[in-house]
Design a protein around this ligand. Sequence first.
Ligand SMILES: [Zn+2]
Length: 112
Amino acid sequence: MKVVCDHCGAKVPKYETVISPEDGKRHCFNCFNKKISQELGIDFETVNFDPITLEDSYGGKHTFHFRSLLVPTGKLIEAFELKEGEPGGYMSGVLDGFSCDISDLNIFRRDV
Ligand SMILES: [Zn+2]
């Protein structure tokens, strides 16, 4: 299910949005990250990675999607599966400080 960002008008999956407690408006992660980075005075660029599919030891396939967020304790990349269009199944995340290069946090990168 896609919803509209109240800030930029982008249509994004509902799970890729945040409702602001200040004004009750829905922000896509791009707008949310921009807002928080401006408020904190921190450089942050939302990065997007293509989903990847991994096979578990039983031969089951797991496709992970990624999202990057600026959170109160630093920069975060989450990897998650989708079940019936919503995050579910296996989830993982990598968090580092505000000064890190967020591109380095993608533990699933194959070029390292
Ligand atoms: Zn937006």
